[in-house]
Design a protein around this ligand. Sequence first.
Ligand SMILES: NC(=O)c1ccc[n+]([C@@H]2O[C@H](COP(=O)([O-])OP(=O)(O)OC[C@H]3O[C@@H](n4cnc5c(N)ncnc54)[C@H](OP(=O)(O)O)[C@@H]3O)[C@@H](O)[C@H]2O)c1
Length: 218
Amino acid sequence: MRIGILGTGHVGQALATAWARGGHDVILGSRRPDDPALLTELKELVAAGLRIEDSATAVAHAEVVVNATPGTASVALLDTVGAPALAGKVLLDVAVGFLPDGTPSHPVVSLGEEIQRAFPDTRVVKTFSTIDRGVMVAPHSLDGPSTVFLSGDDPVAKQVVRGLLTDLGWPHDSLLDLGPIATARGQEHFADLFVAIAQATGTYEFGIRVVLPATSEA
Ligand SMILES: NC(=O)c1ccc[n+]([C@@H]2O[C@H](COP(=O)([O-])OP(=O)(O)OC[C@H]3O[C@@H](n4cnc5c(N)ncnc54)[C@H](OP(=O)(O)O)[C@@H]3O)[C@@H](O)[C@H]2O)c1
């Protein structure tokens, strides 16, 4: 699949490397694709064949666009690409926004919903925002099954995203469809609990799991 990842930071690099290894055709989209410092930082990815382009080129290439930018900057960055270029695309949104004081930038309506409202012809699927980047690409590094959530209004787009997550090693039964994009609120608002769990356990590399009641045989 052709994937364009916006943001060349921790998440962008991890997902680009893993999907490219899995045979996907990935372009990393950057605001500064010719910056020598960026090219030095990404030299191993470039040596492995990954292309670094501007954001518009990455989106034009993509069947699936991945938003791996700071949540406070995502809508402005997507605006520079423009709604026509994003129309019809699946947008896999991992972003969460934080203000400089660490509080959420989207305390009520989620960033996922804001993006969907700003780009109504783009098919936004929120996922992975409850998981560290290392675990995103290595689910089997955990000591047991874990749950990944999906939120989005377009069932076909969610199927596409499910396929990309299973390509990273996530079993089908670990993927929990929460429903429409409004449920992205829960995923984004998990951020405070995520940080508290990380502080309590001493690691960001953990999973959470939804456990259902045992079935009764009465
Ligand atoms: N780190 C995690 O494990 C994790 C887990 C779940 C969710 N998330 C969310 O995923 C998103 C990406 O996280 P990350 O850790 O990869 O962040 P990061 O390392 O800071 O990278 C974000 C990238 O976004 C691009 N960008 C575009 N507009 C920007 C702006 N105005 N200011 C700064 N950077 C801008 C930059 O790439 P260019 O300079 O090349 O444009 C930057 O490298 C965030 O929303 C984060 O909350 C992260």
